[in-house]
Design a protein around this ligand. Structure first.
Ligand code: ZN
Length: 360
């Protein structure tokens, strides 16, 4: 087995107000007047001129508003792809995702599925994508998921919740403009920020750790503590720093892996539709046996920001439903191997997971 040869985002713009450069960036990438740019935009921005008035749509360019209330699904990707193919004269010049992790993941998946046959569910897994995606751009409006740097796009399919992990997944261009992360509800800011914090803890304590991951992870972890614990930053500084924490946290897991909170949170999300950020928080709150220091600091951050997590979301579940969540969680071998080690199957039993889920 050799070392991973993983792709990185080749172009990035960083700066407050840098979103204004979007039209110049895209103009160079237009393939023809019949090949439109398709903008997938979080529908919370539907009536927000700060986003839509900047975009200068020409020819057949089009905005498609997508809801980020639910986690992205393979069926949703397939529908978007079908709609784009039906309404475009030619294959689009590019897909531009403007939103949080859900919208960014949808943009990556749509860009892949425009050049690959079959349905999105056929590509959930590792390195199953055959053809390069079309040009795609990611513009985060919520910081923390690391989707802007990752080589995955996590989708809920008919059988599993799993990413399309491939060399063709990462964005060709990212624009990091912290002005776009204003006006976010406080809870959502916290939950998505904690996704980044949990990436750091799971990477830094994992068996896959190496110096590449460790240095990025430490940078992101320090930033998270500065933002969520120390509280000496202005709001603008905090937004800039969380944007970079998300980036570095994503870089850290790119060369290592996430761990137990993610595996179990995928189970919650698959069965109950729990969103990724809050799902991670609900799980991580109970993982003191596995991440003692990380969970201790997490609880301090939670207290500092007066966050109350939902309780008892698994209280009324049937045996069959616990089984579904446990199956989803246990199917994510690399996450467990990173968290526990090669012999993880001897340590992590179905009963242990059931006991943990029952506390949530
Ligand atoms: Zn995550």
């Amino acid at each position: 087995m050799g070392y991973k040869n993983f792709p990185m985002v080749p172009r990035v713009i960083f700066g407050r107000g840098s979103f204004n450069q979007i039209n110049e960036v895209l103009a160079l990438k237009r393939l023809s007047i019949n090949a439109p740019f398709i903008f997938l935009v979080d529908d919370v921005f539907r009536n927000n001129p700060n986003i839509t008035s900047i975009l200068s749509l020409s020819y057949d360019d089009r905005i498609i508003y997508v809801s980020a209330k639910e986690e992205p699904k393979t069926s949703q990707v397939d529908q978007l792809v079908e709609d784009i193919i039906l309404k475009s004269k030619q294959r689009p010049s590019g897909i531009i995702g403007i939103g949080g992790g859900t919208v960014l993941d949808l943009a990556k998946a749509v860009a892949i599925m425009l050049t690959n046959e079959g349905g999105a569910k056929d590509y959930q897994g590792w390195d199953l994508v055959k053809n390069p995606a079309i040009y795609h751009v990611g513009i985060p409006t919520i910081s923390g998921t690391g989707s802007e740097v990752s080589r995955t796009t996590v989708l809920t399919g008919p059988e599993r919740k799993l990413g399309i992990n491939s060399d063709y997944t990462p964005f060709d261009q990212v624009i990091l403009d912290s002005e776009l992360t204003k006006e976010l509800p406080r809870d959502q800011w916290f939950y998505t920020g904690m996704d980044c914090y949990i990436h750091c803890i799971e990477s830094l304590t994992g068996t896959y750790l190496n110096t590449f991951s460790e240095t990025y992870g430490n940078m992101a972890l320090d930033l998270c503590k500065e933002i969520f614990l120390d509280g000496n930053l202005t709001e603008i500084e905090a937004r800039d720093k969380l944007m970079m924490a998300s980036w570095h946290g994503g870089m850290s897991i790119a060369y290592s892996q996430v761990g137990i909170a993610h595996a179990m949170s995928y189970g919650l999300s698959y069965l109950l539709g729990t969103k990724h950020g809050i799902g991670n928080c609900i799980v991580f709150d109970h993982l003191e046996d596995y991440y003692p220091e990380g969970v201790k600091v997490f609880k301090q951050m939670k207290a500092k920001h007066n966050i109350t997590l939902p309780q008892g979301i698994c209280a009324d579940l049937a045996d069959r439903e616990f089984d579904i969540m446990i199956n989803v969680a246990l199917s994510l071998d690399p996450l467990w191997e990173n968290a526990i080690g090669k012999n993880w199957k001897k340590i992590i039993t179905r009963e242990k997971l059931r006991t943990l889920y029952q506390k949530m």
